[in-house]
Ligand binder design. Sequence first.
Ligand SMILES: *Cc1c(COP(=O)(O)O)cnc(C)c1O
Length: 375
Amino acid sequence: MIPFNKPPYVGKEEQYISKAIRNGKICGDGEFNKKCQEWLEAYTGSEKVLLTTSCTSALEMCALICGIGPGDEIIMPSYTFVSTANAFVIHGARCVFVDVRPDTMNIDETLIEDAITEKTKAIVPVHYAGVGCDMDVINEIAKRHDLFVIEDAAQGMCATYKGKILGAIGDFGAYSFHETKNYSMGEGGAILLNNNKYIELAEIIREKGTNRNQFFRGQVDKYTWVDKGSSFLPSEINAAYLWAQLELADEIKKDRMRSWNMYYEGLKILEEKEYISLPYIPDECEHNAHMFYIKVKDLGTRTELLKYLKERDVLAVFHYVPLHSSEAGRKYGRFSGEDKFTTSESDRLLRLPLYYGLDVEDIGDVIKCIHDFYK
Ligand SMILES: *Cc1c(COP(=O)(O)O)cnc(C)c1O
């Protein structure tokens, strides 16, 4: 059986988790939280990176920092994970869904401006499959209309757009370290604060609305409730797991890229014969091999191919059901303009097994199965 995903594991996790326990501090902001945050700041160039309990909570922190409330509108693609929407909906905002580009499945930057109203507060681009959205265009629109840009870079760790690290390009970025992502801590994430204006508020929100951080730094002499906040701080045990992965970040990326390139080379001929299409990476983007997907002719073909692969012990999967067609999406959002590609392209998309340490022979088997299907 070739699983769809295996949580990344590099070998030093247990050692670092033991160290965290022996440090006598297993709550947040100990040795491993700090190590991870410093690494992420150095790598991304962001003003400040704070580990969080998930990408969902990093996005929710963004909603709180931006003061999102009832009546506000947030622009995002409909082709995304529920958290992109929920983080804002939970604070009373409505989602305005914009169609995706069929080539990258990212928000179509040329349609964003039409979706803006007086109520719009933020644009949330999602870097699907670790391939960057057109951030120059998005940042420029946001600047002109005085909107926040919050990058949902859950899948975007260690990928770039015009040489800039995804997550560090808008006002805020959110990473996920869920076990399905390139780097993991079980459940976890990070918020990137790319403007130092918001660092203090972010620290307060993350520490249950208290100025605990300032207190520990000796900047205030008592520690008290100062603003809204919640429990967004992950434990040292989780951070220790992540630290092992960050130490080997390049190796993990290289391994995934090798698998991705093997799929690409092995399936190219099926694209030439026009049976399937393969992922497109714009010239200005360097991706991180977060995902390998193919697009088949239609929904019926996808259902058949998924079944065919499963019968041969290959666990391929489809991806998002567009949010605007879901029960909650209809209640909490609206689609701006026409759904030209979101539904039709998502119906055709099929993801192949891809994880750190995926066996070369297994990749060969998956490729062969797909060739056999089209014979
Ligand atoms: C995985 C993912 C999330 C949620 O991440 P969690 O860490 O599980 O909260 C949000 N957005 C996108 C695009 C994702 O892929």
